[in-house]
Design a protein around this ligand. Structure first.
Ligand code: R5P
Length: 328
C-alpha cells in the first residue's frame, strides 16, 4: 500500500473514484490503496446495445477520478468512458480526471500513409469535449500524445515497478534491447536503471500482425537480454525479435512490456517462443486464458493511487520518477 499519509477524513471525502467495465479489478485495487470505497455506478445496456448508466452517489463539488483503460473491446471502453465523464460533468463534479492506465488508439498518432486518420488525436478531442479536466496516463505509446489533449496531462511511467522486479533477479551480463527504433528512449531509461548496455532490433512491419527483423544493432552474443516495449499486441514484434536475438547468440531472453493487449494468438505465440519470461503490468486485465506460467503480471495500482492522491492535493508527481532516469 502507498503511503498516503495526508489523506484526512474531510478532504478524502471530496475524492470520488468511479469506473466503467473495462477494468474494475484495477479500480478496486486503487480504491483499496487510497482507503476509499469505489463510487456507485449503475452500468448496463439498452436492449439494442446502447450504454445506459447512472452515478448513484452525490458527486456535486467533488474531485472525481474515472479509472477506465480503453482496452479490448476498445470502442465499448472508450464510449463508456465518454458517457461516464458526461454524467459526472452534468452531476456538477468540481473536477474530472480521466485515469487512462492504457490509452487505446495510441499507435494511430500520425499520418504515415495518405488518407489515414490520426485517431489518437480524435480520441483525445472526444475525451476533452466530453468534459474531462485532466488526464492521468501511463506509458503512452509516444510522449507527444500528451500534446493531443488541450488540458493538463500527468504521464506516469511503470519503469520503477517493472525495474524493481528485474533488479531482484540479479541477472548477470545483461543487455536491454528495444525491439524497434521507436522504443530507443524507453530502452535507454531501463539500461540506465540496470547500469548496462542496450541494443536495438531494426524491424520492418509487413502488416498488422507480421514483422520482419532486418538487423540487430549492438552486442548481444553471450548476454542475457531484456526486451523492453510499451505494448504487446499480436506478439509478432516480440517473438521475431527474440528469435533473431537467440540466433545472434543471446542467452536467456526476458521481455518487459507495459501494456498486455495480447490480441489473437499472442499468448500461444509467447508460449511456443524462446522467451523465458514475459513481465507485464495490470494496465489491462489478463483473462483466465491469458494467465500462463511464462507471463508475470505486476500491479501498478499503488503507483496510480499515489499519483491520484498527489493530484488531489495539488502536489508534484515528478518525485514518482526520481529513480527512473525518466523525466516527468
Ligand atoms: C510499436 O511501435 C509498439 O511499440 C509495439 O512494438 C507493437 O505495437 C507491438 O505490436 P505486435 O505485438 O502486434 O507486434
Amino acid at each position: 500500500m502507498v503511503k498516503i499519509a495526508k489523506l484526512n477524513k474531510k478532504q478524502n471525502g471530496d475524492m470520488v473514484l468511479l469506473t466503467g467495465s473495462s477494468h474494475p479489478e484495477l479500480a478496486k485495487e486503487i480504491a483499496k490503496n487510497l482507503g476509499i470505497p469505489l463510487g456507485d455506478v449503475l452500468l448496463g445496456r439498452f436492449p439494442e446495445g446502447e450504454i445506459q448508466l447512472q452515478i448513484r452517489d452525490n458527486i456535486r463539488g467533488k474531485d472525481v477520478f474515472i479509472v477506465q483503460p480503453t482496452c479490448t473491446p476498445p470502442n465499448e471502453s472508450l464510449m463508456e468512458l465518454l458517457i461516464l465523464i458526461d454524467a459526472a460533468r452534468r452531476a456538477s463534479a468540481k473536477r474530472i480526471t480521466a485515469v487512462l492506465p492504457f490509452f487505446g488508439y495510441a499507435r494511430q498518432d500520425r499520418k504515415d500513409k495518405p488518407r489515414v486518420p490520426i485517431t489518437a488525436k480524435l480520441v483525445a478531442n472526444l475525451i476533452v469535449s466530453a468534459g474531462a479536466n485532466r488526464v492521468l496516463a501511463m506509458d503512452l505509446h509516444a510522449g507527444q500524445i500528451q500534446g493531443f489533449f488541450d488540458i493538463p496531462v500527468d504521464h506516469l511511467y511503470s519503469i520503477n515497478v517493472l525495474g524493481s522486479y528485474f533488479k531482484k533477479k540479479k541477472i548477470k551480463d545483461l543487455v536491454v534491447v528495444s525491439p524497434d527504433v521507436g522504443g530507443i528512449k524507453m530502452a535507454r531509461g531501463y539500461a540506465k536503471l540496470f547500469d548496462c548496455d542496450f541494443a536495438i532490433v531494426d524491424k520492418r512491419r509487413e502488416n498488422a500482425s507480421q514483422t520482419h527483423v532486418m538487423h540487430i544493432i549492438g552486442a548481444v552474443a553471450g548476454k542475457n537480454v531484456i526486451i523492453i516495449d510499451d505494448m504487446i499486441s499480436t506478439g509478432g514484434s516480440l517473438v521475431e525479435a527474440a528469435k533473431a536475438l537467440k540466433t545472434a547468440g543471446a542467452l536467456d531472453i526476458y521481455a518487459n512490456i507495459v501494456h498486455p493487449v495480447l490480441a489473437g494468438s499472442a499468448v500461444e505465440r509467447i508460449q511456443s517462443s524462446v522467451i523465458k519470461e514475459l513481465i507485464v503490468t495490470n494496465s489491462i486485465p489478463l483473462g483466465k486464458e491469458k494467465r500462463i506460467k511464462k507471463i508475470t503480471q505486476l500491479s501498478i495500482a499503488p503507483l496510480l493511487a499515489d499519483a491520484i492522491c498527489r493530484i488531489h492535493y495539488n502536489e508534484s508527481i515528478s518525485t514518482l520518477f526520481s529513480s527512473a532516469g525518466v523525466e516527468a
